[in-house]
Write a protein that binds this ligand. Structure first.
Ligand code: GTP
Ligand code: SPV
Ligand code: MN
Length: 623
């Protein structure tokens, strides 16, 4: 164990003993250890996990949840990302977009640095060197980082979510080229979360490749490798270098066992809209003999063209899954349950916990909560047996409660998930929670119309970000909370990167919606989950020319007979509904889209032209 007082001469020997030899990383650690006033510094990586778990258990920061499974609660007002408090700062006012909450770095850096001064007094500062890429990836130059955190549970999460250890920063070709992440928790009960007097700041200083997050120990607010580096910083780097896209995308392979052919599909759904579930999807029983879905990633993909074959390749820069617990069960997602089985080292956060049996539970885990409430506490730590009558109906688990587990625990993990080159992409899909208008799937073959479709992705709000459930909002490419530069430039960058694929290598686009509801009783018209594979198989058949579909103004939808529905039940009327285009709703939508797109300066003319084409075709539809 390597520990020392940060302000003593021991710091150098701590870093020596940890084998941390990169001089630029050492400078970074030295500066912040001093600035935050941490009482000790510890360099940690994957090899330290078992010890850190023991220490966290002993300190009561995490609780045992069965064999090799752990449980933690976050502070009650610290349960999701806060979009209003998240800022992208640079020195260039031209970097201001609609969604990136741009502020000048000259203003933000001193402000957050000030909040961090001495804010880790009496705490250990964990130094977590990491790599957001499979080792050897062509994008590795953008992937190295070091997170400094004063929260041990955050270090445990980082070890599950990223490849962690000094080896990832010791031999960088340019020693100073790593993302500098500083996470200071702050005094959580006194930060005014969600009030006028909110003290939290989650700032990515993108042109300095520095991430300064103050005031949370939850999820994307605190695990800086994940969305702060993996999405905000990386999308900025990808744009500046003109080399790649970094998107909030899942990434899967679908193998036809009969022909041996594998397709790869990536795509964006807004937070808490089904990426993890789709990536972990088991083929429906009736199709399982023929098809297999393999998991590459569930939240982030980096995409670039390989000039040697003109195809788009995608990697998942992450090493783990931070998945939504709600509604995960044997029917919806048996794979997810496998990934959190005994012995996986999984960390549950903010689900319900039984202190006597060490069991965990969340809404949708079983149809009803455990009948015997003895020992059960809700996510806030309150005993269910002591709840007031008013609280009786409240969920036991927080709606954004999650499980954190490494990729290797995922039962359908792809055999080649660490391939540094990534996998060639056949299709890019977008989808959100929309209760009407959006059909099950509509395929788009034109590049500009595909990018336009991503830019106009709209969805109901979810609990993954603080906000109201049930309101529609636009979420371009599912990147709204992670956007780092102006949307017009973002659209142009998309057209350029995907447009540089060869004609044969260009992916097909599609828009999907698993969430259409019956207007009367609100039930989902499409069964979703495993059955979603059927829509994707149709898309691959369309791409290969074995089905034709039905042309509509917004893309090609399946003819009912083209979908393989063996072993699935849906009434012909409901199937008709999810495969049809609701002309009046689409007409209304186009006006909203026009206003949405008009916010973006410098939107490429190709995108406007695509909008006008689609709008004219909708206008031409019969009433
Ligand atoms: P982030 O991790 O927040 O980016 O979200 P995600 O897109 O990975 O979301 P996830 O897959 O965890 O799904 C969120 C919620 O959507 C869960 O409660 C799922 O049970 C539910 N869900 C996922 N797929 C489907 C589906 O096909 N149909 C229905 N009805 N619900 C689904
Ligand atoms: C999301 O909110 O989209 C997530 C979870 O994937 S977090 O890492 O908290 O951003
Ligand atoms: Mn996400």
């Amino acid at each position: 164990m390597i520990k020392t007082r940060a302000d003593s001469a021991d710091l150098e020997s701590t870093l020596d003993r940890a084998g941390l030899i990169n001089p630029a990383v050492r400078d970074f650690v030295r500066y912040w250890a001093h600035h935050t006033g941490a009482s000790q510094v510890e360099v940690v990586g994957a090899a330290d996990d078992a010890r850190l778990v023991r220490e966290s258990l002993a300190a009561g920061e995490i609780l045992p949840a069965g064999d090799g499974r752990y449980y933690a609660r976050s502070y009650v007002k610290d349960t999701a990302r806060s979009e209003e408090r998240t800022i992208v700062a640079t020195a260039r006012p031209g970097d201001k977009g609609v969604y990136n909450n741009w502020r000048s770095s000259g203003e933000m850096r001193p402000l957050v640095t000030g909040l961090m001064r001495d804010a880790s007094a009496d705490k250990t500062m964990y130094v977590v060197p990491y790599l957001m890429a499979p080792p050897g990836s062509p994008l590795a130059p953008y992937a190295a980082g070091v997170e400094l955190t004063d929260h041990r549970t955050v270090a445990l999460h980082m070890i599950r979510m990223a490849r962690c250890g000094v080896e990832y920063v010791n031999s960088l070709p340019e020693p100073g080229r790593f993302v500098r992440g500083v996470h200071v928790t702050g005094d959580l009960p006194n930060l005014g979360q969600g009030t006028q007097d909110d003290q939290r700041y989650f700032v990515t200083v993108a042109d300095e490749r520095t991430i300064l997050h103050f005031g949370s120990s939850y999820g994307g607010n605190a695990l800086l490798g994940k969305i702060a580096h993996g999405l905000r910083q990386a999308s900025y780097d990808g744009w500046v270098s003109q080399e790649f896209l970094a998107e909030q995308f899942m990434l899967i392979g679908i193998t036809d066992k009969q022909t041996g052919r594998t397709w790869h599909i990536c795509g964006g759904f807004p937070s808490a809209s089904g990426k993890t579930n789709l990536a972990m999807m088991l083929a429906p029983d009736s199709l399982g003999d023929r098809y297999h879905v393999s998991f590459y990633g569930d939240d982030i993909a980096w995409l670039q063209v390989d000039p040697s074959d003109g195809r788009i390749y995608a990697i998942n820069p992450e090493f783990g899954v931070f998945g939504v617990a709600k509604d995960t069960n044997e029917v919806t997602n048996p794979t997810a349950l496998g990934s959190v089985a005994p012995g996986t080292g999984v960390l549950f956060t903010n689900v319900a916990y039984n202190e006597l049996t060490q069991d965990v539970w969340w809404e949708g885990r079983t149809p009803a909560p455990p009948a015997d409430v003895t020992g059960w506490r809700d996510w806030t730590g309150q005993l269910i047996s002591e709840r007031s009558a008013d609280d009786a109906g409240k969920p036991w688990a927080h709606p954004n409660s999650r499980f954190t587990t490494t990729l290797a625990n995922v039962p359908n993990i792809a055999a080649d998930f660490e391939n540094p080159r990534g996998v060639p992409i056949d299709a890019i899909i977008f989808g959100g929670r929309t209760r009407d208008r959006e059909p099950l799937i509509r395929a788009i073959t034109d590049l500009a119309e595909g990018v336009y479709d991503g830019l106009t992705l709209g969805a109901e709000a979810t609990f993954a970000a603080e906000g109201v459930d049930g309101q529609l909002r636009y979420d371009p490419m599912s990147m709204r909370p992670f956007m780092s530069y102006p949307e017009g430039a973002y659209a142009a960058h998309w057209l350029r990167i995907i447009g540089s694929a060869s004609d044969a290598g260009r992916p097909i686009f599609a828009h999907v919606n698993w969430f259409q509801r019956d207007p009367e009783d609100g039930h989902f018209l499409w069964p979703g989950y495993r059955d979603n594979l059927r829509a994707l198989l149709w898309l691959m058949q369309l791409k290969e020319g074995s089905v034709q579909g039905v042309r509509t103004p917004v893309g090609i939808v399946p003819a009912a007979a083209e979908l393989d529905l063996e072993g699935m039940s849906i009434s012909p009327a409901e199937l008709g509904k999810v495969l049809s285009i609701d002309a009046p709703r689409w007409r209304a939508e186009m006006a909203h889209r026009e206003r949405h797109l008009a916010q973006f300066d410098g939107l490429p003319e190709e995108i406007w032209a695509a909008h006008r084409r689609v709008a004219a075709a909708i206008e031409a539809l019969p009433e």
